[in-house]
Design a protein around this ligand. Structure first.
Ligand SMILES: NC(=O)c1ccc[n+]([C@@H]2O[C@H](COP(=O)([O-])OP(=O)(O)OC[C@H]3O[C@@H](n4cnc5c(N)ncnc54)[C@H](OP(=O)(O)O)[C@@H]3O)[C@@H](O)[C@H]2O)c1
Length: 254
């Protein structure tokens, strides 16, 4: 049985709690939140606290807190030589105070409190300072049914950068598209099969090979019509920039 203390009650903290709670190989010995009201509804299932000096002994302490608070929170831990991890894609392992054994348990997925996730489909990027702690991280990943990868802080930072493009920026494209359809009184749902197919294609093709549309075809009249139709100046700039980038790709092929 692996004894875990979760720190943080945001998106990731809550999803970790749910995933660990029903796992027979993991015991959540405590859940810390600076805002105890947030986790009070779970007090029948787990010991809760908002006091850092009351943290109990565990095999691993998982800091699922905002990137900017990882360093300070790890400084505030009153114990030393225990195994403390964060869950961030962009922060180095060394962000954690070195009085404890530092590690990373970064689930490469997007988490929102209200949206269920299937942990067994999430790849986890792992990092530790020694092989014994890596065994603990692997055991946790395995028992959740996750695939896992040993990545160093530089690789994880690059992965996080790539993730911003595939997730955050792509999602913002949906926001722009919805703004366009809303303004023309068109139901955004009509675009959903196209969104699904765009995603499905990258399971079969390299993204470069999957590219279609006016930019790759060099349909300049259509491109100019789109530009004229965009009202927002930043959206025009974005359209031009991405069209240029797609064009550059086409020239790279020659
Ligand atoms: N969400 C994702 O999709 C995702 C995916 C992979 C990894 N991550 C990583 O997971 C970590 C948590 O992300 P999240 O989305 O769960 O964030 P979140 O929903 O904003 O939750 C952050 C948590 O940190 C707590 N916190 C902030 N500052 C604190 C401090 N100084 N002391 C103690 N607690 C503090 C917050 O408490 P209050 O509620 O009181 O403010 C909250 O419980 C981040 O490192 C993030 O990069 C996130």
């Amino acid at each position: 049985m692996i004894k875990v203390v979760i720190l943080g009650s945001g998106n990731v903290g809550r999803h970790l709690f749910k995933a660990f709670k029903n796992n027979s190989e993991i015991e959540i010995t405590q859940w810390y939140s600076r805002n105890i009201k947030d986790i009070h509804p779970y007090s029948n299932f787990v010991e809760i606290t908002d006091q850092l000096d009351k943290l109990v002994l565990a095999d691993i302490y998982i800091l699922a807190v905002s990137d900017d608070s990882i360093h300070d929170l790890s400084n505030q831990l009153s114990f030393s030589n225990r195994f403390v991890c964060h869950t961030s894609g962009s922060k180095s392992k060394n962000e954690l105070n070195q009085k404890n054994r530092a590690g990373v348990f970064y689930p490469l997925q997007t988490f929102t409190k209200e949206i269920e996730v299937d942990f067994s489909k999430i790849p986890i990027c792992l990092e530790s300072s020694n092989s014994e702690d890596m065994i603990t991280l692997k055991k946790i990943s395995k028992t959740l049914g996750c695939s896992y990868y040993e990545t160093d802080s530089n690789q994880r930072e690059k992965l996080h950068l790539a993730a911003v493009f595939v997730n955050n920026f792509t999602n913002h494209m949906y926001t722009i598209a919805k703004d366009i359809t809303d303004k023309s009184k068109i139901d955004f749902n009509i675009l959903k099969p196209l969104i699904s197919e765009t995603v499905n294609k990258i399971y079969k093709l390299d993204p470069k090979e999957a590219q279609t549309g006016p930019a790759i075809r060099g349909d300049n009249k259509t491109i100019n019509k789109h530009l004229a139709s965009l009202e927002n100046e930043k959206h025009k700039e974005l359209y031009k920039l991405i069209t240029d980038l797609i064009n550059d790709l086409d020239h790279e092929k020659l």
